[in-house]
Write a protein that binds this ligand. Structure first.
Ligand SMILES: C[S@@+](CC[C@H](N)C(=O)[O-])C[C@H]1O[C@@H](n2cnc3c(N)ncnc32)[C@H](O)[C@@H]1O
Length: 262
């Protein structure tokens, strides 16, 4: 009996430490991929159709008037969102796990905002409770296997009635794209991006729709608006083939969640 219990305990410990090691390996690969593509990403971000004419207009449309608001840009990339929000009168603090992206965000925004290296799966140690009006997290949560620690932190740093806006890979699109046979599982997936210079392997996690929404609703938010975005007119001129595809099936999902008053 004792032997069986000890074996179970040992297996549990081994499995847990294997998961931690695998997660760290994936994280290291994500960092390496973004370090490699950062300069090209920054060069293209102003007009890259999926960002400029699909993700950004639909995600920004979920924000309230940002003039005078404190915004935390979580996974800020090269600071394009920050640039737009600062121009609209917001005060922005940005974080990203890629040091190169942070460097480019600082360069793009000169002295108008602060940007730091930070891993979203760990707490924002220097940010107090209820400091921000808005948290924005665009196209980044799919790099985390477990969203709960990040969402709990977003909730903690948001003021009463604060707003969280996220954009994510659409779960149905990911299910098709990665030819998954296990809809309900969170699966580690990878693909090759060719749009940012040399081909780069990008690792991430795909999950079901409920695995995208319950981390929000179980960690202090209610869902206020959910958008399956359509590309803008500019997209059609820039890339007619993907314009047609995105009008037939969504690639991203944009969500506005509001901090619940318990
Ligand atoms: C597709 S880019 C989006 C950048 C920016 N939000 C935008 O939409 O322009 C994804 C970003 O997430 C960052 N990222 C990936 N995993 C992260 C993590 N665990 N913590 C913080 N940032 C992360 C990457 O370095 C990259 O800059």
């Amino acid at each position: 009996m004792l032997h069986k219990f000890l074996t179970l305990l040992r297996n549990f410990a081994t499995n847990t430490s294997n998961t931690v090691t695998t997660n760290q390996m994936i994280k290291d690969k994500v960092i390496a991929a973004y370090e490699k593509m950062a300069v090209k990403y920054d060069e293209l971000i102003d007009h890259k159709p999926h960002n400029a004419y699909y993700d950004r207009p639909n995600t920004l449309a979920l924000l309230p008037d940002v003039k005078g608001k404190n915004i935390l840009d979580a996974a800020c990339g090269p600071g394009k969102y920050a640039e737009i929000l600062i121009a609209q009168g917001a005060k922005v603090l940005g974080y990203d796990i890629s040091p190169k992206m942070v460097e480019l965000a600082i360069k793009r925004n000169q002295n108008q905002a602060e940007f730091y290296v930070h891993d979203l799966s760990t707490p924002f140690k220097t940010i107090g409770n209820e400091t921000y009006d808005i948290v924005l997290c665009a196209l980044a949560l799919h790099y985390l296997e477990d969203w709960a620690p990040a969402i709990i932190e977003f909730n903690r740093v948001l003021k009463k009635d604060g707003i969280l806006v996220i954009s994510i890979e659409h779960p149905f699109n990911d299910f098709n794209f990665f030819k998954s046979k296990k809809y309900f599982e969170i699966e580690q997936v990878k693909c090759t991006w060719k749009g940012f210079g040399e081909a780069i392997e990008v690792n991430s996690y795909r999950r079901s729709l409920s695995e995208c929404l319950t981390p929000l609703t179980e960690n202090g938010f209610y869902i206020d608006k959910l958008v399956e975005p359509k590309p803008t007119k500019e997209f059609e001129n820039a890339d007619p083939r993907h314009f047609k595809e995105l009008n037939e099936f969504p690639a991203f999902l944009c969500v506005r969640a509001v901090k619940r008053n318990h």
